[in-house]
Design a protein around this ligand. Structure first.
Ligand SMILES: CC(C)(COP(=O)(O)OP(=O)(O)OC[C@H]1O[C@@H](n2cnc3c(N)ncnc32)[C@H](O)[C@@H]1OP(=O)(O)O)[C@@H](O)C(=O)NCCC(=O)NCCS
Length: 324
């Protein structure tokens, strides 16, 4: 038996978000358009879910192409060169082919050299899982800078005539570039899973389309996840009064507003409502929502954000981060 000691690199004190990017597909699908092909209406969708319109991807908007566009924007915003990124994580639940994953191709198309590259599928929680993995890799010294992408083409796996899912799910990609920092810019993750509810959101084996037990997921989200958000703040050592921006997964406007109320967020906290225009883009929803708030000027550099992803699995992951 060798008595050699395994050496570990010295990591960074913290990781921070350096840049955010977004890609929204060209085609806008309104509630009125959907009501022509299924028994639904604008009033029901706006009142129950909060969606006014969503985007569905078309030609030239593959999951990888959208990831590359969002990734390039995040990279440009970060001020880093492509060569400085040595880790790529793509979070998605709707990749058309399982082999290979999207990560290596996204890295290659962005000209990043030979970074570590892999995919994460944690349903709609995927981006926050990947964000945590990237931040921890930087802190551990396994990576210097990382690109994290959340990308979905849920329209591919949605029965576009099924009103229980087609009015909700949508497409898009969001991305963040992370780097090392002396002061932590990404807080500890609070993540977990309730696998006994694995059938609540699924593409049942042998079928092509996603199904969702909406009421069960609603109940779970509104009874279990406020505690997760509170714990994410506690573990980061901040309180509701410190939160400038609240950007949870954009699954239902009623859930978002209920969570904000239960957490006791101050009036001044900016609440992400990207769902109104973007629908539920699963693992793309958190970075897309933050990109929109940054673009509108509602979220500013240095703002403290509380984020949360949750979905199929059932899985959840939340953390606090600082806006770049
Ligand atoms: C999906 C969701 C919007 C459905 O809303 P809901 O209020 O629970 O709706 P229900 O399924 O109870 O249906 C209520 C009624 O509306 C009808 N309905 C369902 N979908 C409809 C639609 N698209 N248009 C019009 N009517 C619809 C139902 O048939 C039902 O009619 P009934 O009362 O006559 O039987 C909601 O359950 C939800 O947001 N769940 C959580 C989703 C989530 O967080 N996912 C997370 C990860 S992706």
């Amino acid at each position: 038996m060798s008595d050699a000691t395994i050496q570990l690199p010295t990591g960074a004190p913290g990781a921070q978000v350096l840049g955010i990017g977004a890609y929204r597909p060209r085609r806008v699908v309104t509630n009125d358009e959907l009501s022509q092909v299924m028994d639904t209406n604008d009033e029901w969708i706006q009142t129950r879910v909060g969606i006014a319109e969503r985007r569905w991807a078309g030609d030239g908007e593959s999951l990888v192409e959208m990831s590359v566009a969002a990734g390039q924007q995040a990279l440009d915003a970060s001020g880093l060169t492509a060569a400085e990124v040595d880790l790529v994580i793509v979070a998605s639940a709707s990749l058309a082919t399982q082999i290979p994953g999207a990560g290596p191709e996204v890295a290659n198309r962005l000209g990043l050299g030979r970074p570590g590259a892999f995919d994460v599928n944690a349903g709609c929680a995927g981006f926050c899982y990947a964000l945590s993995a990237a931040a921890d890799a930087i802190r551990a010294g396994s990576a210097r800078n990382a690109l994290v992408v959340g990308a979905e083409r849920l329209s591919d796996v949605t029965d576009q005539t099924d009103r229980s899912t087609a009015v909700i799910f949508a497409d898009g990609a969001g991305a963040m570039v992370l780097g090392a920092s002396d002061t932590p810019g990404v807080g500890p993750v609070v993540w977990g899973s309730d696998g006994d509810q694995r059938d609540a959101i699924a593409i049942p084996q042998g079928t092509e389309h996603i199904t969702m037990a909406g009421q069960a997921v609603y109940r779970w989200a509104t009874t279990k996840l406020t505690d997760v958000l509170q714990e994410a703040m506690d573990r980061a050592g901040v309180t509701a009064a410190d939160i400038d921006v609240f950007a949870p997964h954009q699954a239902n406007l009623r859930i978002i507003e209920l969570m904000a109320k239960r957490l006791g967020l101050p009036e001044s906290t900016v609440i992400a409502r990207d769902i109104v225009q973007a629908g539920n883009t699963s693992s793309a929803s958190v970075p897309l929502a933050l990109a929109a708030l940054q673009e509108s000027g509602e979220a500013k550099t240095g703002d403290l954000c509380l984020v949360l992803g949750y979905g199929a699995g059932l899985t959840f992951a939340g953390q606090v981060l600082r806006m770049p």
